[in-house]
Design a protein around this ligand. Structure first.
Ligand code: PMP
Length: 397
């Protein structure tokens, strides 16, 4: 018989969330996750995916996945450390290391898993982690898996980081101290101030850790935020995802050979969760090839980004502090932001409202993700909807 306590807990909390308008109803797509998507038979301009370069629907990746599936099957059959490691995994890791300019790379089943794996394998009791207050949930959870002291610093506030790093180091309480940051912040699209972070890290002997989920494939010729700043030899640990610009699924940790060797024996998702399947790995290899050999898709992504961002600004909207394709259109209070997103949906534009508690109260926004695959006509459709709705709600003239 079902537990009454569990049912009561679930019902009470679900009702509460729904009452606060915080329950997210998921709408399945009836099409690939491209620049146009179909939901319940209707077509939408899609401004919600992380498929930055359109690689998730690229024929070359699909063919690579099909070929590897035919050759090796659908599953890798075991965890990496038993016999789930195929030559394909090793090839992908070698290619990624070359691309990132690091000694070695280890792949995981997701970017989320990378943070679970790497933070907890490196940090422990007696250590401290300085973490940007806007870091991704997987970093927060990765830190929670350790017995290290977590110290949050104000978002991209280098004075606050410097003060806290100095205090932590001079307290003599901690052995290893790490500073950890997103490379690109996923809600605002701003880039971490890596040159200053690295300088502070060197002054106070901190381990540097950059989660570059949104920078990989987008910045630094595709190699990410660390490369963008020319800091490849001054950052200890980099995380990337294979699910956004790379267009597949999975994640990787890039760093020294010793780091990778240590993760192979100490990181739990590597030791206790089945390896990425062959088709996925082969598609990733194909994506890395494309990223290394051409900048065409990145150029298109940035052209579309500029077009959409200029268009929104010309209409009179604020796009906050973004420096990347992540384009928040700041609407303001929570109710108006939700209303705005619903109206966009009615007008055939799929872009999600992001409100408190994900972002601070009163800074509700609709987050737009332009990709290399959008055409001008699609972006114009979206901008025209922004104009119509903005006028309707009295947000723009
Ligand atoms: N880190 C950051 C900064 C992210 O934005 C995300 C994805 N939302 C992840 C990690 C998780 O990556 P994945 O989707 O590959 O698990």
């Amino acid at each position: 018989m079902a537990s009454k306590m569990l049912s009561a807990f679930l019902q009470q909390n679900l009702t509460e969330l729904k009452g606060q308008g915080l329950y997210n109803t998921i709408q399945p797509l009836e099409s690939p996750n491209g620049p146009l998507i179909t939901i319940q038979g209707r077509e939408f301009v899609n401004l919600s995916s992380n498929n930055y370069l359109g690689l998730a629907n690229d024929e070359r990746l699909k063919e690579a996945a099909i070929r590897a599936t035919n050759d090796f099957g659908t599953g890798s059959g075991a965890v990496r450390s038993i016999n789930g490691t195929l030559t394909l995994h090793v090839e992908l890791e070698e290619r990624l290391a070359h691309f990132k300019g690091t000694e070695a790379v280890l792949t995981f089943q997701s970017g989320f898993n990378c943070n679970m794996a790497a933070i907890s394998a490196v940090m422990g009791a007696g250590d401290a982690i300085l973490s940007d207050e806007l870091n991704h949930a997987s970093i927060i959870d990765g830190c929670r898996l350790t017995k290290a002291k977590a110290i949050r610093y104000n978002h991209s506030d280098m004075e606050d980081l410097r003060t806290k790093a100095k205090e932590a180091r001079e307290s003599g309480q901690y052995d290893k101290i790490m500073v950890i940051t997103d490379g690109v912040f996923s809600m605002d699209g701003d880039i971490a101030k890596l040159p200053e972070i690295v300088e502070i890290a060197e002054a106070y002997d901190l381990i540097t850790y950059v989660d570059d989920a949104h920078g990989s494939g987008v910045l630094g010729g595709g190699a990410g935020t660390v490369k963008h700043f020319g800091l490849s030899d001054r950052v200890d640990i980099q995380i990337g995802t294979l699910s956004k610009a790379v267009g597949v699924v999975g994640g990787y940790v890039a760093g020294s050979r010793d780091l990778v060797d240590w993760l192979k024996v100490r990181s739990r998702p590597f030791l206790f969760s089945t390896a990425l399947p062959p088709g996925t790995v082969a598609a990733c290899i194909s994506a890395v090839d494309i990223l290394q050999n051409s900048n065409e898709l990145q150029t298109k992504l940035w052209e579309n980004t500029r077009y959409l961002q200029e268009g929104l600004k010309n209409l009179g909207y604020s796009i906050g502090s973004t420096e990347t394709p992540i384009t928040p259109c700041i609407i303001g209070d929570e109710v108006t932001t939700q209303k705005f997103s619903i109206r966009l949906y009615e007008e055939g534009v799929y872009a999600k409202a992001i409100v408190f508690p994900t972002v601070p109260k009163g800074t509700g926004r609709v987050r737009n993700m332009p990709t290399a695959m959008h055409t001008r006509e699609m972006l114009d459709r979206a901008l025209s909807a922004y104009e119509t709705i903005g006028r309707e709600l009295g947000l723009v003239r």
